[in-house]
Design a protein around this ligand. Structure first.
Ligand SMILES: Cc1cc2nc3c(=O)[nH]c(=O)nc-3n(C[C@H](O)[C@H](O)[C@H](O)COP(=O)(O)OP(=O)(O)OC[C@H]3O[C@@H](n4cnc5c(N)ncnc54)[C@H](O)[C@@H]3O)c2cc1C
Length: 383
């Protein structure tokens, strides 16, 4: 699959989301970002567009598309704003997808329609205050007591977990003894508002300020036994699968941010004058922008490649890790260079590149740090 080979329905989707980002997101997101406010109205309109249901079958209220369609939408949103893009990415690939992939028919029918419509958001609670990369070190526990799980522990940095429209968070928890050095980890769906679940205030973050990120704590939090997602003890394997896919979606987000930096820099460098001519007429500036375009384009090819392998049912772990690594580092570099092209205005929050600069760094951290991606790639090479 290549960008110039996209079938008509996907180019139509990409163009629709591109217009939506320009017409609906761009005019209002800057203020919401500055006020640390969740973009409820934008999310509502994304729901109307069907973005939250993109990769799910119509019988659950989805659009009947696939994961790649979701990635295209994420890229186009991130080209304008990353808070909105990560809200969609986390809601679909981390919130709804585990229920679709591992849930029973009853669980899918119960949870997916609202998640597909965007009226409700799902979250995924894996990371704990004590660590994220070493996810097998989970300390949160869930004990079966009659026909209920009793959950104790805490989760950190959980996206979409405390909005007014959050429906549920799927958490990983230790549900049994250590066997041959491995903990029994399972995934359990906790509906929002369950007694014993405390949602903290939103973190004060460097970037992604219009997205919702919270710490969650569980104190004898009881949910029905039937909220177990998939087989008991398969939680570790499940989240590895979800994160492999999620890396492609984050790579799409990073590609969008990298491309947004090009858009803003071309516009600014054509207009801003110094020494009697547009600054873009200086090779030192023009070459910066050319290098930014190279990074954005190659990031796109990398995530298209990983998505094509995934959709073909072929191994894609290494390609997903490479796409996530390359695109997130490209996004950081492009954001730094775009800020430089804008001079002092690039340091002013009202300029989109300032927001992009603040938003880029987390891409090298979330859903597996750059070091973790290098670990995955080198292990796959047999090292
Ligand atoms: C805004 C935001 C939103 C998030 N959303 C979610 C979410 O919705 N759900 C969720 O579960 N998590 C979420 N996270 C958490 C994120 O996935 C973790 O932060 C990430 O996995 C890294 O874990 P950590 O922060 O504990 O870093 P650590 O694991 O403590 O790592 C710290 C440093 O050590 C390095 N390191 C660790 N182990 C190794 C090693 N073996 N070799 C080399 N280097 C190593 C890391 O690369 C990193 O540089 C979010 C984080 C942020 C910032």
């Amino acid at each position: 699959m290549l960008p110039h080979e996209l079938p008509e329905e996907l180019t139509a989707l990409r163009d629709t989301v591109r217009d939506f980002a320009q017409e609906v997101v761009a005019p209002t997101i800057g203020e919401l970002y500055e006020r640390d406010e969740f973009p409820y109205e934008i999310v509502r309109r994304m729901g109307e567009l069907g973005l939250f249901g993109l990769p799910f079958p119509e019988r659950y209220g989805g659009a009947g598309g696939d994961y790649f369609a979701l990635c295209l939408a994420i890229e186009e949103l991130a080209r304008v704003d990353s808070s909105v893009a990560i809200t969609l990415e986390a809601a679909v690939s981390l919130g709804a997808m585990p229920i679709y992939r591992f849930g029973t028919e009853a669980q899918r029918e119960r949870w997916l329609p609202r998640l597909c419509s965007g009226e409700g958001l799902g979250a995924f609670g894996l990371t704990e205050p004590g660590g994220g990369s070493d996810a097998g070190a989970t300390l949160t526990t869930a004990r079966l007591d009659g026909d209920e799980w009793v959950i104790n522990g805490s989760k950190a940095f959980i996206t979409n977990s405390g909005t007014d429209i959050t429906d549920l968070v799927t958490v990983t928890a230790v549900t049994g003894p250590v066997v041959e050095g491995r903990k029994e980890i399972s995934s359990i769906v906790v509906p929002a508002g369950t007694p014993g679940l405390t949602v903290s205030r939103r973190y004060s973050k460097v970037g992604w300020n219009a997205s919702d990120t919270r710490e969650l704590s569980f104190a004898d939090c009881r949910v029905p036994a039937e909220n177990l997602l998939g087989e008991r003890g398969r939680g570790y394997a499940q989240f590895l699968q979800i994160l492999d896919e999620g890396r492609i979606a984050i790579a799409a987000l990073a590609t969008g941010l990298a491309q947004g930096c090009v858009d803003e820099s071309v516009r600014y460098a054509s207009q801003r004058e110094a020494f009697g001519r547009p600054i873009g007429r200086n090779q030192a500036v023009a070459f910066k922008v050319a290098d930014m375009e190279v990074r954005a384009h190659l990031s796109r090819l990398a995530y298209y490649d990983a998505a094509a392998l995934m959709l073909a049912g072929r191994p894609f772990k290494r390609e997903a890790a490479m796409a996530k690594l390359f695109s997130s580092e490209s996004a950081v570099t492009n954001a730094r260079e775009a800020t430089q092209v804008h001079g002092a205005y690039g340091f002013m929050n009202e300029f989109p590149v300032a927001r992009m600069w603040r938003d880029a760094k987390v891409l090298e951290i979330g859903e597996g740090t750059s070091e973790v991606q290098r670990l995955l790639i080198s292990r796959d090479l047999g090292l």
